[in-house]
Design a protein around this ligand. Structure first.
Ligand code: OVM
Length: 400
């Protein structure tokens, strides 16, 4: 590559964490994709990747793009993290390999099968009640209510204090961005929320047989220390709620916004699994994560230095016209596998089978009872530095 080419690094003034960007990221994503394979964001002095090929490339090269310096904007080598780093998300091999093996086993297909009956029964119960009611808020009454019941039950924590789970998720996911207004708002009550979360991460706080206690069984088997087990329970409580809340909300929004797609699904329930993948592609609940370079590296003729932050825009990769036909069309019959919303490579979402189980249970229960959805008002967005979703989705359902 000539000096000429390496000198012409694409540059953008976009702020991916501004309200304008977060409210409607797609025009910005397009501009960043078209600017080049990797783009310098002046505002933060970081790189951004928005094309599918490069996002995937970075995610599958953990030696060059590490996670141990944090997967947010903040570089843990330069400023202290707001909480002790996650020993799975914010870790590299060999630590990551050991912790990941434990969660991979606890969330294996065989383990998910054990959860299925309960998750389906709870989905049926909730949807029967909401359809009876006819009008409800798709966020509070469904997208939040369901994961807040089934997931903490599966982990094995008390009912008391569960109202701390969403505020904690907001802290976690806003903290991957800059210290902006969203970060400050999320952190307003950080102390008590964090204390409650940590109090649920000890062996004594967990029900026998649950996903949380299974982590402590790995201590008894010599795979983890007692402290590490607590940190992995914290990972469940950090990553397991908001992600699925935003995902379910986005699924409902898509079905209300594209009624003909709901008709297609109702006609062919075998499409439900793929439809959720299309929701994840089209309205990614997790929009982005960062990596940090561990060496000088060249990307499509652009030179990145060692120790630089790289923003991976999963949601932009999910609509890259180089990878997808009609990327801006929501189509439940599409083969949406290959979207980047669960990431990929060694850090690819370890809980994705739980997320799929929750959404399939809800969409299946809805498909039996709901002919169509009507928005009774404008959905209101909830802005977050990492997540994309809604504060309120006012819905009326037309029963079958
Ligand atoms: C963790 C964690 C937190 C947030 C997200 C996540 C998407 C993991 O604490 O390990 O994975």
């Amino acid at each position: 590559m000539s000096d000429q080419a390496t000198l012409s690094r694409p540059v953008s003034t976009a702020d991916p964490f501004s309200h304008g960007f977060l409210r409607d990221p797609y025009p910005y994503h397009e501009a960043l994709r078209e600017a080049g394979p990797v783009v310098w964001l002046e505002r933060y002095g970081i790189w951004a990747m928005a094309r599918h090929e490069q996002v995937r490339g970075a995610l599958t090269d953990w030696q060059t793009y590490c996670s141990s310096a944090g997967v947010g904007l903040s570089d843990f080598r330069k400023e202290p993290p707001w909480r002790p780093p996650s020993i799975i998300l914010e870790a590299d091999p060999p630590l990551h390999t050991r912790t990941r093996a434990v969660l991979t086993r606890i969330l294996s297909p065989a383990a998910i099968k054990v959860l299925r009956d309960t998750f389906e029964r709870e989905a049926e119960k909730l949807i029967a009640r909401l359809v009876e009611q006819r009008e409800f808020d798709g966020v509070a009454d469904l997208a939040e209510a369901y994961p807040l019941k089934v997931f903490p039950d599966a982990v094995g924590i008390s009912e008391e204090g569960r109202e701390n789970l969403l505020p904690y998720g907001s802290m976690v996911f806003n903290s991957f961005g800059p210290r902006n207004d969203l970060f400050d708002l999320a952190m307003a009550n950080a102390g008590p929320v964090r204390d409650w979360i940590m109090s649920k991460c000890s062996r004594a706080a967990l029900a026998p047989g649950g996903l949380g206690m299974q982590i402590f069984e790995a201590v008894d088997a010599g795979e983890l220390s007692e402290d590490e087990a607590g940190m992995l329970v914290r990972s469940f409580l950090s990553a397991g709620i908001d992600t699925t809340v935003y995902g379910l909300g986005n699924a409902l929004y898509c079905m209300a916004r594209y009624p003909e797609q709901w008709s297609v699904l109702r006609g062919s329930p075998n499409l439900i699994r793929g439809a959720f993948e299309e929701v994840l592609r089209f309205e990614a609940p997790v929009q982005s994560f960062f990596r940090t370079t561990t060496r000088d590296v060249e990307v499509g003729g652009v030179r990145l230095g060692d120790g630089e932050k790289v923003l991976l825009l999963f949601a932009a990769a999910n609509r890259d016209p180089r990878r997808w036909d009609r990327p801006d069309t929501f189509d439940v019959t599409r083969r949406a596998a290959g979207h980047m919303t669960f990431g990929t490579g060694i850090h690819g979402c370890v809980g994705q089978a739980v997320a799929r189980l929750e959404t399939e249970a809800i969409l299946t229960a809805l498909a039996k009872r709901v002919a169509s959805f009507e928005l009774t008002g404008e959905p209101e967005r909830r802005l977050n530095n990492t997540l994309r979703g809604f504060d309120r989705i006012p819905l009326r359902v037309v029963p079958v």
